[in-house]
Design a protein around this ligand. Structure first.
Ligand code: GN1
Ligand code: MG
Length: 363
């Protein structure tokens, strides 16, 4: 990381108000570096170093984010919603370039206003899951009439066929020599048994029976800001907002919220898939998204709940086999521990599909 002085110099490239009093780490993302810029003025700010190894087209990334936030802001204003500034992110321009990002020494930075008195949570109870379901369904509904075209900031991000192919490539290259570990070879084998079934979304899309819509694509629990009363303020972490199947948002929320443990907890034998969380989230989501979902989308929500633990297990294992080149890790086996956890979650979810189907039909 850079020194305070260089960070402050970067922060001052943006149109912030007040004097900077401190800059310190914020949040727990696995991709970008996120900092809180404290000031003596009205607002604090969030400064992020964009991971350009992963988000290769920053202009496209920021175009998406600017279109989405402007569209949501306009809708909220039109609806006369109070405290609009707390319900949608605001990115700051750099006066020198007029752009919403700053490039320096190979780094690419952006800045948004920190939403005061907001909280993120790593876990949720059923009541909050319902609220989150309403929020993500509403987010998709709000973006249904976005006039701009959004590009894919990471092409084929949630395309399971691509993720499966990347696993095969990692296995063949065996860059870190990890295929010699019996557990790894066994996990790869087990994952391949489910590959065809899990790739069914792409097949349905090719058959023309499954649309893409604008989705958030990273609906982890900790990407929602709540206020002190537990009401949803706004959805954050907009890097991956792009056209995708609605399964992305439904499945990725449950992947984090319905797991009895955090995604990197080593006690994989204690991982379970919480049906109370599923039921609450599905009821909220179907209430706000039910109006536009097709029959195929609706019927496949239980599949989505299995697909995301599966996809994440495949992605973590791929990264482990590649020698940990994508996700930030805190210790050498971190990606393997994550894989075991997500694989256990996938199996737990699979065993509950009949119950999930009943819940969706009833809702
Ligand atoms: C990454 O950076 P973060 O933690 O919000 C990843 C998601 C994964 C997640 C796993 C761009 O999100 O897709 O689900 O880690 N984002 C990207 O925790 O790959
Ligand atoms: Mg995040």
């Amino acid at each position: 990381m850079l020194t305070q002085d260089s960070l402050r110099a970067i922060a001052r490239r943006f149109a912030i108000e007040g004097n900077i009093t401190d800059i310190k780490p914020l949040g727990s993302g696995l991709i970008n570096d996120t900092l809180r810029v404290c000031t003596d003025g009205k607002d604090d700010y969030v400064l992020q170093r964009i991971n350009t190894g992963i988000f290769k087209d920053v202009a496209l990334l920021q175009h998406n984010i600017e279109s989405v936030t402007a569209h949501i802001r306009a809708k909220l204003e039109e609806q006369g919603v109070s405290e609009v500034e707390r319900r949608v992110l605001r990115f700051l321009p750099c006066p020198e370039t007029g752009r919403s990002w700053w490039e320096e020494d190979g780094g690419c930075w952006r800045m948004s206003v920190l939403i005061r008195d907001s909280y993120t949570h790593e876990t949720v109870d059923p009541a909050h899951s319902r609220i989150a379901g309403l929020a993500f369904g509403q987010f998709q509904a709000q973006l249904a009439d976005l006039p701009e075209q959004l590009g894919e900031t990471i092409p084929d991000f949630h395309n399971m066929e691509l993720r499966a192919r990347q696993l095969h490539e990692a296995v063949n290259a065996d860059a870190a020599g990890r295929m010699a570990i019996p557990e790894i070879a066994a996990l790869v084998g087990e994952m391949q048994e489910w590959e065809q079934e899990m790739c069914k979304a792409e097949r349905m899309h090719r058959e023309g029976i499954l649309p893409k819509r604008i989705c958030h694509c990273d609906t982890k629990v900790n990407n929602i800001l709540f206020d002190a009363d537990g009401q949803v303020l706004c959805v954050i972490d907009l890097d991956t907002v792009m056209p995708s199947f609605v399964f992305s948002d439904f499945g990725d929320f449950l992947r984090t919220a319905a797991n009895t443990l955090p995604e990197d907890d080593p006690a994989a034998d204690k991982v379970d898939f919480r049906m109370d969380i599923f039921e609450a989230f599905a009821s909220g989501y179907l209430e706000s998204a039910g109006g536009f979902l097709t029959k195929v989308e609706r019927e496949n929500l239980p599949y989505a709940a299995c697909l995301f633990p599966y996809m994440q297990a495949v992605r973590f294992l791929t990264d482990y086999i590649n020698g940990d080149t994508y996700y930030k890790i805190k210790y050498p086996e971190h990606n393997l521990v994550r894989t075991r956890n997500q694989w256990a979650l996938f199996k737990a979810a699979l065993s509950k599909v009949p119950q999930m189907k009943e819940i969706v039909e009833r809702a």
